[in-house]
Design a protein around this ligand. Sequence first.
Ligand code: 0A1
Ligand code: ZN
Length: 882
Amino acid sequence: MDLARTPATPDGNPKMADVPPIAPATPPLIRREDYRPFAWAIPQVALEFDLGLDSTTVRARLDVTRNPAAEPSPVLRLNGDGLQPAEVLVDGEAVSSWVMEGADLLLTLPGEAHQVAITTCIDPSANSQLMGLYASGGMLCTQCEAEGFRRITFFPDRPDVLSTYRVRMSGDRDLFPVLLSNGNLTASGRGPDALHWAEWHDPWPKPSYLFALVAGDLVVNRDSFTTMSGREVQLGIFVRAGDEGRTAHAMESLKRAMKWDEEVFGREYDLDTFNIVAVSDFNMGAMENKGLNVFNTKYVLADPDTATDGDFDAVEGVIAHEYFHNWSGNRVTCRDWFQLSLKEGFTVLRDQLFSQDMGSAAVKRIEDVRVLRSVQFPEDSGPLAHSIRPDSFREISNFYTATVYNKGAEVIRMMRTLAGPEKFRAGCDLYFERHDGEAATCEDFIRAMEDGTGLDLALFRRWYSQAGTPQVEVRLEQDGGQAVLSLKQTVPPTPGQELKQPMPIPLRVALHDRATGRLGAESLIVLEGAQGSFVFPDAGPDTVLSINRGFSAPVIIRREVAPQDLVFLAAHDDDPFARYEAMQDLVVSHLLGVVRGDPSAPEGRAAIGEVLRTVVADTGIDDLMRGELMILPGESYLADQLAQADPSAIHAAREGLKGWLARELEGELVALHQRACAAGEGFDAAPRGARKVKTQALVFLAAGNPALGAEMAAAQYDAATTMTDRQGALMVLAGLNSPERTGRLLDFYNRHKGNALVIDKWFALQAQSLHPNAIEHVKALARHPDFTLRNPNRARSLYMAFAGNPSAFHAPGGEGYRMIADTILALDPLNPQTAARFAPPLGRWRRFEPGRAALMRAELERVAAAPRLSRDTYEQVSRSLG
Ligand code: 0A1
Ligand code: ZN
């Protein structure tokens, strides 16, 4: 605590709370079981901002009443972070009866209801954490989730305190011609001198984390949407001048999302205005502030020249995600941050279902599973494993994880599978009806699901409390004319959770007949306990099991399966996910065999070659699906299958297979590329699919015949009319030691200089490349004039891309590890939230061969030993070492 700036008490002593605020060496652990309702309610908040980039004054007026549902206390604890009060008034009178406890301000209030007014002064331009009110390229904007509001004013900054907000802001007309906040604009006008002002009112009670304010020189794309009850909503997407031409896709996505939520979930928008603002300095993807979503530019701006087909999908998905939060998150919010998956898991499921409906459902499902397996599964099997409803944390920012978001979505998807879509909808309706306007818990959600669907979810609740990815051992045995399917589940131990209970696992299964090619009907079985067996009559000797179809449960299936069965499933299964899965299984088992020195590996390789040949030629699937089936499992996923991996051996095996396949199928791959190049342009599934297989073909060819691959990639680059083709070609070229490489990289830079999002791609392509000197390239790029750690997108485009490049990150000698540790140390004082996100790649040290493990651990120890680490980084590094 800075005693020098703490007002003195009448006796001249500095004001101190009962507990002296000694900065703890170890940040405190916050526990879910310690939740208590807040002693006070704050029904109304009025905020007045005098805006300035270097100095903003905030006058907050809080109507405070006792919360009858809480244990009474005369003390009102208002959270702060880096704030000093300039003035404190209670019921209009200046008071000195307040104390600071750490960063919080404590007031003792005698009565039942009071008005508390506090003035604070903040410097947005000095806010490099990008939490609270900060300056970004001359504009002011806020980020309050999870605990950023306390950096603006003193407040009970917890999601169970709901208030209506009135906001008045005034600022320079030229610097800030646009003044936005939540809700509806109620008044605006000119002030003295160069000032102007605006007043906004949000009629819906909300927690402080949903507060937002934006002031800046922005242009707007306006549109409108008529809701199902006939109300017209004004829509606005605000961006920097020059970017407005790249907002059309975001606007169309928003209108589609609004319509879809009405049709599929019966949810209607509830204000007259819905605004989105794009900012280029943002820690995450976007934020669902009530009526005023703030977005990372990456998820708003898109046109074919600067954004790939994947970027277009991501914009649509994130726009929908934030919009859907208006119900799953805002109208019904979280009681405390342990319940984060209540809004995030549910909203991710909602955006996934939306995207499935907007495009190819099969391909979207495969993509979602790929993300889950490549990000969440490693989290669940490492030192940072936690349940989707964690029991404790030191810094909540560290729990915005793939587990809370993506596994959370899978858990709710399983409820939907168990109930069926209609009953699931009834459960959702009941949940919204029961808890509208409340701060709810995961338990509330489960109970509404039980009551709305009729399901008994008593055992299913374990999915909320247990971490770790369940493993299901599968055996299929013939018994006369029937097949017996035996299943056995284990949930592995995770930090702090040694023993696990079995969890209900819904599995969609079908039995096919390989001899006749007959495909069996699908059924849903549920493994309720540790073990179970299921009898299927009329199963012949050539029965092939198709299990966990559509990835109906987020589990790892373990089974002995004959390669010819996988070949059959990969070529013929009627469930697209099962087809993809069989292809992956074939490749994984072959590559693990190669790494182990298995002498039968060449047969496996030949089988993969035959399946790939079928996939390339199959007229029964579209190119989007073909492109999916052509993607080989990644090196990290392969490493994850081993107790201790040697990344060099995995890299060599995977590249070896790619090269061999490309040489075997060179003619077919070249023909596929030519066919795709001849396909038309546009954004329907067919041309998008053509672009996808085009680059997939190049990926193979570059491994099998680098000179040919480079020539074809350069030709694709030169002919490209979309960013998808240009980036795909450059990605392949970036990995090759070929003369075509340098010229195209330079061309790309010059062509897109000044477009931050595209220059991010340029950094990332090089940091992710297969080039043997990738690490040298990253070092040089770090000195590039366009590189800065202060912009999270740019920092991630270089270093997160690098940490996800296994052959460079795991370079023998540990140089890659050192680079990431240095990044954490350099970034931590500037932006702890983003810095802490670089710890997990090093945290996987136990899963690598002893040499690499020791080097990774040593780097984590170096970070841990640094003085003044943030709470964010401290928590991630100490858990990773622990
Ligand atoms: N609720 C947002 C995610 C989010 C969380 C924290 C942030 O602070 C920097 C920003 C955004 C979502 O789920 O989209
Ligand atoms: Zn979200």
